[in-house]
Design a protein around this ligand. Structure first.
Ligand SMILES: O=C(CO)[C@H](O)[C@H](O)COP(=O)(O)O
Length: 213
């Protein structure tokens, strides 16, 4: 199996700090995630800027779309996004809209299972509808309440769906190898990199741990 990809969550609101962090960690990551607060704050021009600066990297725009899937996602794919996210709780019609926009641009749609009651049913239905990536995600507020994505990751991985699995939610050096072993294809790391004394060293350590599994 291919080595999992490493995704840095760029979760700052500050435009220049976002670019600077991307430059710092670029040698150690595969995907730049423009986090939801960041894309809301900075808009589509940040996608164009990152695309121009890093033509070799994948760019995920964490839109967390809730309605009007095709309409909302299309300009972000047109600006250079490789992946946009849509909320599983939005329902199948909205997910299908983002999948359609992704396919029109030769790109991918990721279903974010955050706060979905029946994650297995949602994953099955959206995979059947052509979703490319299933995002197992414990959000920042749920993390603060003590939740982790590990149980959900096992539930989704064992379905054997024809999608890649992304996992996010407080992943750090001490847990990254467990999520690789549990079947994650894309590992999202935010605070454990950008909150570290040296984000470059933290990203390098994550890469080395993933490669060592
Ligand atoms: O999408 C997000 C919050 O909704 C975060 O970007 C994601 O959870 C990764 O960050 P962290 O590793 O700090 O949890």
């Amino acid at each position: 199996m291919a080595k999992p990809l490493i995704q840095i969550a760029l979760d700052s609101l500050d435009y220049n700090a976002t670019i600077a962090l991307a430059e710092t960690v670029a040698p150690h990551v595969d995907i730049f995630e423009i986090g939801t607060p960041c894309i809301k704050h900075n808009g589509v021009n940040l996608v164009k800027d990152l695309r121009a600066r890093f033509p070799e990297k994948l760019i995920l725009v964490d839109l967390k779309t809730m309605d009007a899937g095709e309409y909302e996602a299309t300009p972000f794919y047109a600006a250079g996004a490789d992946i946009c996210t849509v909320l599983g709780v939005s329902g199948l019609a909205t997910c299908k809209g983002v999948i359609k926009a992704a396919n029109a641009h030769g790109a991918e749609a990721q279903i974010d299972l955050i706060n979905v009651e029946d994650k297995v049913a949602c994953a099955r239905a959206t995979a059947e509808a052509g979703a490319h990536i299933m995002g197992v995600h414990t959000g920042l507020d749920a993390q603060a309440a003590g939740h982790t994505p590990f149980g959900d990751l096992s539930d989704i991985a064992r379905l054997g769906l024809n999608v890649r699995i992304s996992v996010a939610g407080g992943i750090k050096a001490s847990t990254v190898q467990d999520v690789v072993r549990a079947g994650a294809n894309i590992i999202v790391v935010g605070a454990a990199i950008y909150g570290a004394p040296s984000p470059a060293d933290a990203a390098r350590e994550i890469r080395e741990l993933v490669e060592a599994v």
